[in-house]
Design a protein around this ligand. Sequence first.
Ligand code: SF4
Length: 367
Amino acid sequence: MIDLLLEKSELSLIVDKVEAGERLSYEDGLRLFQSQDLNTIGMLANLARERKNGNKAYFVTNLHIDYTNICAVDCLFCSFRRDVDHPEGYTLDINQILEKIRKVRDQGLTELHMVGGLNPDLPYDYYLKLLKAIKEENPKLHIKAFTCVEVDFFAQLYGKTAEQVLRDFKEAGLGSLPGGGAEVFDEKIRKKIAGEKATGARWLEIAKTAHRLGIPTNATLLYGHVEKYDVRVRHLLQLREAQDETGGFLCFIPLAYHPENNRMGKMGWTTGIDDLKTLAVSRLLLDNFPHIKAYWIMLTPALSQIALFYGADDIDGSVIEEKIYHDAGAKTQDALTRETLIRLIREAGRDPIERGALYQVVKMWDL
Ligand code: SF4
């Protein structure tokens, strides 16, 4: 019966390709996004997901720190940034950051995720001293910090190449880069919504440089605003091409646009159907990415659970302190306990694996 339904599906040619393990084309990606047949798309993404990751579903005990919200640029979709003289503008000093880590490190913390605005007033030394101080107190903690956009900004501000910045940061203790700042690579749209920051080509160049220096990175796509499906597909294929070159991307995270407290609010919220479809198509097109993450902060824990059957194999982690998406209207909590993460995964029928930042197994829970 199911075979018969699939034969009639507009997606039957793509079904054949996925079953045969063939790489999907731009046209296939567009067709998947345009299709209303979410069940077939989900089934295909699940097949691809289980081929790569079996029944495993990953989470991490991590802490997010946004070290400054002061930003020299002003992206239309951003609810987090503040001007230097704004009363809500802040920059954490090194001791404040160390204190935040001290408070939670005994909870089994393995990863620090740290990003910030493009603050023109901080000296280069702030970053080097910060990385060194964190490592000195927490030698085993993996520091995943600074997006490719931040690295580009540092290079320009301090008169260095991006490679020099990355080398210095690695030496000071940086372990990997998060995937933020990719937004959409389409230059026309990027110019409109994030005009003053690094171009898509520059973001990709810095990610590839990091990979060559042995610094893995993640990647993202900001979807659900002015971009159309063709822009999403091209973005994904550019990432796939970069991954073919370097193999340095660990994980892809589609980020749903959040409409509150920014200048694109009329675009509204993404829907659950679009969220699941975007995850699923990402899994299908990014055949060389080991992991796809359903970020619960953004999707809600409930939808992240379902996403584990739409291509995702990771739901992120404890997080503990999230500002960027909550400033933009996220209604989720800003922390989940390890027990809740395990329960979410287990009740979805997947095997919960607590991972480190590089997807090494920290603990397999009740397998
Ligand atoms: S998205 Fe990043 S670069 Fe853009 S305004 Fe916000 S903090 Fe600044």
